[in-house]
Structure formats: structure tokens, C-alpha cells
Design a protein around this ligand. Structure first.
Ligand code: AMP
Length: 305
């Protein structure tokens, strides 16, 4: 089984309390694809501009990501985002979003992608997410992520995508904004009424709370001593989560729980360095070891043991 992802590829300017970087490779599809590539074959759909060069393509190639669905527009610039984190590392403040090449983009799904069963609609214009769903023959799992930028500007189009999705991954603030509820349990119920029956709410350094109909699962984030740059944590979480689900092929509660832990593992690696740097020398052994640490971290005995 392999996975298809549509999302943004961009250059980011990021400022955190620990430093700043300019024009580093980022974008929702980038973080997702690289993280998921540790688990399964990844097929990308996105668009880049004339400022995207060999050095950038090579990063995707290093992780064996299929780029048949990646278009390059010679007359426009790549998507650009600048954001800042102050003391609350869970909340990125967007300083500027330049859609550039994403504006007017019409995704065309290559023939080789049409029978893919697992789809991840990473954070991007919901109209593009919808166009991708329409072009896939018989998807089995459709998961979606989004953010305040699209909730505020394209709510109606977003709700159309939700109707077709079975999983939503969303951060806490955006879950509240989308559902117009303050309580997370109520927020999840409301979001389920929009379509997806599995709602995974990402809470940054406080971990994850996931709802699968009436089942609830919570997991902490990995207690890191140094969080360097939170950018991409959500997409890297999604990569581990969806990558594992794609690999195991059965969407039951046991697999969902393990997928969430793999998501937490990948999110925790992402934030240990700027941009995608931490993934460059990450091994499967590192991933497994951190998974085992999670098991220890959350294990406790029965009441009478
Ligand atoms: P995350 O920190 O996982 O939520 O995602 C960070 C990535 O999202 C950054 O690398 C940005 O390039 C990308 N991003 C920011 N704003 C948008 C947007 N409006 N649409 C698509 N991608 C975005």
C-alpha cells in the first residue's frame, strides 16, 4: 500500500526564541512526505516555482518520494510563509503568506496515482483538496488537515471536503475555531457531524486527544528538553500517523492508537532542529526506540497489582 499527499511545498522564514532562518524548505506536503516515507511509499501532488532548484528536488529524491505529481511553473515563485513563535511554542503567528504558485494551481493526478487507497489532504486550499478527491477512483482512507487561514477564508469549501473525509487531524485552537466550541469533547462531536468520524486533535507540547466515534484515546507529547523549531510538527505527526496506518492497512482502534504514537514520535523528532534537518540522519532504529520510550512513559499497573 502507498499513500498520496497533496499539500504545500514552500520556503519558510522562521523566528523562534532560539534563532531565525530564512527561505528554508518547508510546506505541509514536504514535512508530511518526508515523515511518512519512513513507513510507506509516498506519492506527492504539489506545485513549485522557478526558484525551486536541483538542491531542493534532491531532498525529496533522497527520501524516495514519487514526484510524478509535482508540477513546476516557470513563470511564478514558490509558495512562501513567514512565521514567528514567542514563548508559546504551540502557537505559530503568521507574519506573511504569499501563495504565489499555489494561486490558480489545478492539480492533475497522474495515471499511476489513480488507484491509491490512502489519501492525505495536507494543509492547502480546500478547493485543491476537493479536486484531488474527485480524481481518485476508490479511496479507502481520506484524511484531512487544515488551518485558521483556510477556516477563515474558505469555510464552505472546507466543509465540502470534510463530508468526503473519514479522518481529520487538526490542532486544538483550530478545532475550537472550526466547531465554535470551547470544550474539546464538544468540539470533536461537532466536527464529527461535519463528516469525519475520527477526529485527532493535536495539542502541541500537551500531546494528542483522539476521538473515534465514542472511543477516546489520549497520549502525551514526548517530554523534550530542547524544542528548537515547532514548524512542521503537525505535518510530521500526520506523516507518522498516516504512514503507519497505510502500512498496516486496517483501520481499527488498536492500529489507530499505535499510529498516534508513531505520529508523536515523528513530531518530536521534527522539532529538535530547524526545517527538515532532524530527518536527514534519522534511522528506523531511532523511531522504534522512541516508540518504546513512549510505551514506558505511559505505562501503569492495574489498581490491585
Ligand atoms: P505545521 O507547523 O505542521 O502546522 O506546518 C508548517 C508548514 O505549513 C510550514 O512549513 C508552512 O510552509 C506551511 N503553511 C503555512 N501556512 C500555510 C497555508 N496557508 N497553506 C498551506 N501551507 C501553509
Amino acid at each position: 500500500m502507498s499513500i498520496l499527499v497533496i499539500g504545500s511545498i514552500g520556503f519558510d522564514d522562521i523566528k523562534t526564541p532560539f534563532g531565525k532562518v530564512k527561505n528554508v524548505l518547508g510546506g505541509s506536503a514536504t514535512y508530511f512526505a518526508i515523515s511518512a516515507s519512513f513507513f510507506t511509499d509516498v506519492n506527492l501532488v504539489s506545485v513549485v516555482g522557478n526558484d525551486f532548484n536541483k538542491k531542493h528536488f534532491d531532498i525529496f529524491k533522497k527520501f524516495k518520494i514519487n514526484l510524478d505529481g509535482l508540477k513546476q511553473e516557470k513563470l511564478k515563485k514558490t509558495f512562501h510563509w513567514s512565521g514567528e513563535y514567542t514563548h508559546n511554542l504551540n502557537q505559530a503567528n503568521t507574519i506573511q503568506t504569499r501563495l504565489n504558485v499555489l494561486e490558480g494551481f489545478k492539480p492533475v493526478i497522474p495515471h499511476t496515482y489513480k488507484n491509491i487507497k490512502c489519501i492525505f489532504l495536507a494543509n492547502i486550499d480546500p478547493e485543491l483538496q476537493y479536486e484531488v478527491i474527485l480524481q481518485i477512483k476508490s479511496p479507502k482512507i481520506i484524511a484531512i488537515d487544515t488551518m485558521n487561514y483556510w477556516i477563515e477564508r474558505k469555510r464552505k469549501q472546507l466543509l465540502k471536503v470534510f463530508k468526503k473525509s473519514n479522518i481529520i487531524l487538526i490542532n486544538e485552537t483550530e478545532a475550537k475555531q472550526l466547531s465554535k466550541e470551547i470544550n474539546l469533547v464538544k468540539a470533536a462531536k461537532k466536527i464529527m457531524s461535519f463528516g469525519p468520524k475520527i477526529v485527532v486533535i493535536k495539542r502541541g507540547e500537551y500531546g494528542v486527544i483522539a476521538f473515534n466515534n465514542n472511543e477516546i484515546f489520549t497520549a502525551p507529547a514526548y517530554p523534550l528538553k530542547n524544542v528548537f523549531d515547532p514548524t512542521g510538527a503537525g505535518d510530521s505527526f500526520a506523516g507518522g500517523f498516516m504512514g503507519y496506518l497505510t502500512k498496516c492497512n486496517i483501520l481499527n482502534n488498536a492500529n489507530l492508537r499505535k499510529a498516534i504514537i508513531f505520529g508523536n514520535v515523528m513530531g518530536s523528532f521534527c522539532v529538535e532542529n530547524f526545517s527538515l534537518d532532524r530527518f536527514k540522519n534519522l534511522s528506523w532504529k531511532d523511531i522504534v526506540n522512541r516508540f518504546i520510550e513512549f510505551k514506558k512513559l505511559t505505562h501503569f499497573e492495574n489498581i490491585n497489582d
